[in-house]
Design a protein around this ligand. Sequence first.
Ligand SMILES: Cc1cc2nc3c(=O)[nH]c(=O)nc-3n(C[C@H](O)[C@H](O)[C@H](O)COP(=O)(O)OP(=O)(O)OC[C@H]3O[C@@H](n4cnc5c(N)ncnc54)[C@H](O)[C@@H]3O)c2cc1C
Length: 446
Amino acid sequence: MLDFTLTPEQIKLQEKARRFALEEVLPVAWYYDKKDEIPMPVLKKAFDAGIMNNDIPQKYGGQGLGLVESALITEEISTACPGLATSIFDSALGMEPILISDNEVAKQKYLPKIAKDFKLTAFATSEPTTGSDVAGIRCKAVPNGNDYLLSGTKYWITNGGVADYVTVFATIDPKSQHQGICCFLVETKWDGVTIGRTIPKMGQRCSNTVGINLKNVRVPKENILAPPGKGFVLAMKTFARTRPIIGSFGVGAARAAMEYAIDYAKKRKTFGFNIKDYQAIQFKLADMYQKVETARLLTWKSAWESDQGKDATISASIAKIYATETALEVANEALQIFGGYGYTKMFPIEKLLRDVRLLRIYEGTSEVQRIILSGHLLSNYQSSMPALEDLPLHREHDPLDNKSAHAGQKIWRCRICGHVHYGDEAPDECPYCFFPKSAFKEVGVA
Ligand SMILES: Cc1cc2nc3c(=O)[nH]c(=O)nc-3n(C[C@H](O)[C@H](O)[C@H](O)COP(=O)(O)OP(=O)(O)OC[C@H]3O[C@@H](n4cnc5c(N)ncnc54)[C@H](O)[C@@H]3O)c2cc1C
């Protein structure tokens, strides 16, 4: 069964998020962007409105919503400000390692607090010297009795300056790569945790990004989310559930840019006509629309797969690449439609363009997603087509006509150049590539 209909509850949630985006986020977005500051009162309002941390299961006091619902909410918030969408959704990213870990004690201790109180959780794999290469983490986890002592610097940590908790990925031995990675839930008020200055950014300035230094931070056994050897997989499983939502950031921002461009095209006149009357502009709008719609479908599919308990790693990478690259292309073309005004701070496009530029970088760059996809294609992907050397290419006779010249003859195919030979034996030498008889494979009978 295939059904794209939203349930009445999902539509209500979407409408609530849309109202929140237009009434609470849009009016403050440019002010906080200029100020380069995270609008904490808006985050608190998002929490109170129930559009944050929605995927905490009901048994821990949460709403127990799925990723499809998160995708719906995030798209709406991102139309108004992708930076604020990042700030709001980041708590779900930080919380995901707790949700999918096996540590029931940590779940019982932290999830009810996060569901009930306004508690933010950040996520920390990246470091000053490593981002894409998660296995190259250097933050050290040293066993100490039942506890661990963490030392090192995590960098680029969204919400790091305002979060109560951080899920920190570290290693017992940097040389052991994947095998050494572990994950801990760290409270930012603990001794040894120092928050760095806010990193000044090109866009998404309504989100807070900092470095976090850890000096012999004692983490009790109950806060181990993944023991050594299990942390890398936990990080990858987290990304498989969060990358579809980065796709929703892209869909929302692209949709907003498209809608602004439609409005502008209807009003701006050149050479005596509205620019909407020019096919060059109409085709730009058409391309924007098909990209937004396609990006949304890919995002929903991936979120749905995750909600069905399937491994969404591949669909999440596809959604992330397509939707984030769509956002950049659409915002860029929208700016073109605005002409010179698009390049000013008086209209909304330049901020959208700055904000969406980040989407191709965090939570795994576009290049990393392509590494994941090509790795899958070249190792696990199940082709339905036969191998090239097994292809029965009947160019020289009708395989349905058993009176044809080659009927009943063996078919031999040259593995090197593809030449098909009919006869009891393969030829001594291929007449095209001159490879010897051994290059031929019998592929059937004509
Ligand atoms: C604003 C912002 C917020 C962020 N928030 C968080 C957060 O909350 N938590 C967190 O842990 N991290 C966060 N990050 C970090 C982000 O995930 C990393 O920046 C990202 O993974 C890329 O890592 P890097 O910057 O170290 O680039 P690098 O890994 O150094 O890569 C540099 C370039 O080389 C390319 N590249 C790398 N390896 C390959 C390869 N094998 N083949 C082809 N190309 C390759 C990359 O795609 C990229 O284009 C954030 C980053 C930013 C900018």
